[in-house]
Design a protein around this ligand. Sequence first.
Ligand SMILES: [Zn+2]
Length: 433
Amino acid sequence: MLLDQPIHAWVIREKQAIIDCLRYFIGIDTQNLAPKGNERAGQLAMAALLNVMGCTVDVYDIKSVPGLQQNSHYWSERPATGRPNVMGIRHGRGGGRSLLFSGHMDTVPAGMDTWHHLPWEGEIADGKLFGLGAYDMKSGLVASLMVVRALNELGWVLNGDLMIESVVDEEYGGCNGSLAARLKYNADLAIVPEPTNMIICPAHHGGLMFRVTFEGKSGWSFSPEHPVDPVIALAHFVRLLNDWAAHRQRTLPVPPLYQSNPQLPVLVNQVMAGDVSLPFFADRVPGQAWLTVWAEVYPGASQNEVLDDLHAYYKLAQASDVVLAAFEPEITPIRWLDGSMIASHNPGVQLLAETVSRVTGRAAQVQGAPFACDGHIFNLYSPTPMVLFGAVGGQPHSPDEFVVIDDFLQFVEVLIHTAVQWCGLDSTEVNNS
Ligand SMILES: [Zn+2]
């Protein structure tokens, strides 16, 4: 096609600049230390680059968005002060469809586990670029910026508006940044470059984070009143969770987009019992033990379905487990995120599939994403349909997170093509370039 050669040539020519830009953003610490955030420096850098590239830029305090704090999806426990959203618009000449690339600037914390490639150095080894947020999702933000740069340098003005957005506070189940953004700006299609390994994902999981608390009776061996150890019950409960996960996997109907990857993880995140501040041991059975659990769901599931299913499963287990039979734990929801989906025949999904196969030479894969994110804010609570499509890499939310450099460059190329095709470009523009 007419456009393939100039776009491919631009990516090859600018390869080093594209990699350097990603290393630059990895070098900015934007850890989400929930409930507080640290995105500001990254957001200002994003805004500065969008400005230099001639976009109309809006850096806005999310709380200033009318209706945000009254919205039922607003999460008031997450402070928004000093955490601005950024929008950059490369205006079209009119008459075309608008396209939004929407990413989040925050990363999870670097964590306590050892990194072999430092989190903010952007080290390169074995064709991979390492760093906190390299995959989730500074690669996506940088690729979006590179689309604007490419169009500028190719001298192409699209018909529809191209919108580049960086929101705050997405990790840890945050949605306030996206919610504010959707209350302020919408588009005919959004591509959210969460890490999907260049699989096109018109659907994504939701999930429930919940806490389970077992109350026992504190004491020690010589106590005339026998202590009741809640940790033993907690241990039985962890085994039950494992069985519950398998039960859900067996019994829940698998939506078509998840047939090739029908995984619904149930993950224990924290376990707490006893006074762990004491240096050796505590010399007593703790009075309470709790754990936090993340359980994923397919699009369309509700929080109550998850809780009812777990309560019923626990009740059933009590019939054959004398330890669990003696406890009625308190199960408290902490955070619910909806799953969501758009139709696979959505023209944006179709266009991405065509573009991926054109650029990579391989058939595009269309599947549901096996993770929860802020995508439901688009698909369920805004007029902007959203599809997830992101870079190839690994180790998200863990040490030595990386993107594969060659695939990243192809990813940039796919996004440029997609923007041009979606927003529209007069062929006279191409002939003049
Ligand atoms: Zn992410």
